[in-house]
Structure formats: structure tokens, C-alpha cells
Design a protein around this ligand. Structure first.
Ligand SMILES: [Ca+2]
Ligand SMILES: [Ca+2]
Ligand SMILES: [Cu+2]
Length: 316
């Protein structure tokens, strides 16, 4: 593994292909009636945030490990599903930012290259596919019909924020995400412990085999899995590691502000938003970012077939 692998298997950036479009903010009546009984209460406390093994990429800023305090909050056990996102769109007629751009990045093995239209040349294994949206993730002719319980994908950070506003929720800070993802374990590598496949059992949806050529699918999934696949962590969260990247609220900076020890919420400004957890494309030979301390980022108008989100809510 080299430092040059950077974020290529993680998620590609839209701005390398196209300038930002103007997206006017849409206002929704806030839904205050969501049921906290469907969420998990995470009691506040202190934890050791960051990479205790010194095995992350230096440029990601996973270190040093520092003690961080997080206030109590509620978190969804699952990433937002296609079913939930559809309910949001039906209620608000929301048009995703991705639809306004007219395309999104799809992993090359998920489409028939002769049948889709590309808006730009391929970017490594990412194809900028015309009309690839949340409801037709591989472009025109595809559908989510048999994937309603899979995580919504092809949503930008701005789209995620719009959904959160509608749901009366918000995106987690990186500190909240990592605290919840650790499931109460201390300084472990994964949400379930230090071994990737304890007793040979797969605990998350990542890539097995030779990336990006051959995926053995030993974990059962080539692309996204249902949000409740695999065992949950100690707090009851599913698929924090793998499946899809999850947008966080914070601006990303490799120089995380280690000075704030209570409820840190990232830099004041930035160019990219934090993402956590890794996706079905992650493989140790390339990015190893399905560890619970791993960090990544993308510009808030970027979208891809392996990025979604999960919501939190204040306990107050
Ligand atoms: Ca897999
Ligand atoms: Ca995930
Ligand atoms: Cu990755």
C-alpha cells in the first residue's frame, strides 16, 4: 500500500469534470414527528478517537489518538434507504443536485459500457454516467425496484442535508460518527474488534479478490447490500464499516482540531466534507479505509454509487 493510493477507490470528485451549478436552497416544513424509538440512544461519554495502530494514510489525519468527549445523541441504526429517500422525494418533490448536474460516477463493472452514455472520459474505474441518479443508479434503464432496503446512493452532501432537514434530523459530526461506530469498544480497529473476519465470518461489505479487476464476493455482495446485512455493532449500528461511505457534517481537514475535546465539529470552512466508513469497493491493497478510525472526504456537490449517509438527532 502506498501513500499515492489516496482516495481513488473511495470516491471521485465531481469538480474535476464540471463546474458547480447553482442550487437554490429548498425549504421544507420540518418534520418534528419522527420517532426516536426507531433510533438508537447513544449515551454521552469520552472515547479515544483516531488510529491507535498507526496504519492509516498520513494525509488523512487519523492521528494522534486523542480523548474526545461527546454529548448524548440519537443515531439511526441504518444508512438512509432508497425507501426512505423515496418518501422524502414524494413528499417534497425534491430534485437532487446530482439530477441537476445530469450524471454521476458509477463503478465500471456495474454498467454495460456500450449501453450507457458518458459525459466525460473514465476516471480510473469510475465512469461519469449520464442520468445515473438515486432512482436509477446505473443510468437509464436501471432501477431500485429490488433495492428498496439498500442505502440510497448518488446523493451529494447537499442532498443529504436536504433530507435531514425534512426528517428533522442532521448529519453526525465525525466525532459522533466514530464514537457510535466503535460500539462501546476501546481502541479497536473495526466496529466489532481487531480482526477483519473473526472465525472466518464476514462482518461488512467490502471488496474481496483483486481490486479493481476481480471481486470474489466472499461477503456475498458485489455492490450495495441491504442496510441491515451483517451483524450490528455493540450499539446496534449496522454497516458502519463498508457498504457505502457516509457523509458527515464536518468540513474536512487532515489537521483535525485536537484542541477541542468536547463535541468537536470540524473546521469553520473548507472545500470538502468528511465521509466515514468505507464502501463495497474498499480493499486493503488500495485504501484500507473501512477501519473505524479511517477518514475520507469529497466536495459537497460530488456524488457516486458508493456514497450515502446516516442521520442523527439531538438528545436535548
Ligand atoms: Ca462485497
Ligand atoms: Ca458504511
Ligand atoms: Cu476506499
Amino acid at each position: 500500500m502506498t501513500e499515492n493510493n489516496q482516495q481513488s477507490c473511495c470516491s471521485p470528485e465531481r469538480s474535476s469534470h464540471e463546474k458547480n451549478i447553482h442550487t437554490s436552497e429548498q425549504h421544507f416544513k420540518k418534520n418534528d414527528t419522527f420517532n426516536k424509538a426507531d433510533m438508537i440512544f447513544i449515551p454521552g461519554g469520552q472515547f479515544e478517537m483516531g488510529d491507535s495502530f498507526d496504519e492509516g494514510f498520513t494525509q488523512d489525519g487519523e492521528r494522534p489518538v486523542r480523548e474526545v468527549e461527546v454529548s448524548s445523541f440519537y443515531i439511526d441504526p441504518y444508512a438512509v434507504t432508497n425507501k426512505s429517500f423515496q418518501a422524502f422525494v414524494e413528499d417534497t418533490n425534491y430534485i437532487t443536485e446530482t439530477e441537476k448536474f445530469g450524471w454521476s460516477f458509477v463503478f465500471y463493472q456495474l454498467v454495460n459500457i456500450d449501453k450507457v452514455e458518458l459525459v466525460a472520459p473514465a476516471h480510473q474505474w469510475w465512469l461519469p454516467v449520464k442520468d445515473a441518479y438515486w432512482y436509477q443508479p446505473e443510468g437509464r434503464g436501471s432501477s431500485i425496484e429490488n433495492r428498496m432496503d439498500h442505502p440510497v446512493i448518488h446523493v451529494t452532501w447537499n442532498d443529504a442535508i436536504a433530507y435531514c432537514k425534512w426528517a428533522g434530523k442532521r448529519l453526525p459530526t465525525e466525532a459522533e460518527w466514530e464514537y457510535a461506530a466503535r460500539g462501546g469498544l476501546i481502541k479497536k480497529r473495526y466496529p466489532w474488534g481487531n480482526e477483519l473476519t473473526p472465525n472466518g465470518e464476514h462482518r461488512c461489505n467490502i471488496w474481496q479478490g483483486e481490486f479493481p479487476i476481480h471481486n470474489d464476493k466472499e461477503d456475498g455482495y458485489f455492490s450495495t447490500a441491504p442496510v441491515d446485512a451483517f451483524l450490528p455493532n455493540g450499539y446496534g449500528l449496522y454497516n458502519v464499516s463498508g457498504n457505502v461511505w457516509e457523509w458527515c457534517a464536518d468540513w474536512f481537514d487532515a489537521k483535525y482540531d485536537y484542541g477541542i475535546v468536547k463535541d468537536p465539529n470540524g473546521p469553520k470552512t473548507g472545500v470538502a466534507r468528511s465521509m466515514r466508513g468505507g464502501s463495497y469497493l474498499c480493499h486493503h491493497s488500495y485504501c484500507n479505509r473501512y477501519r473505524v478510525a479511517a477518514r475520507s472526504s469529497n466536495t459537497p456537490d460530488s456524488s457516486s454509487g458508493n456514497t450515502g449517509f446516516r442521520c442523527v438527532a439531538d438528545a436535548r
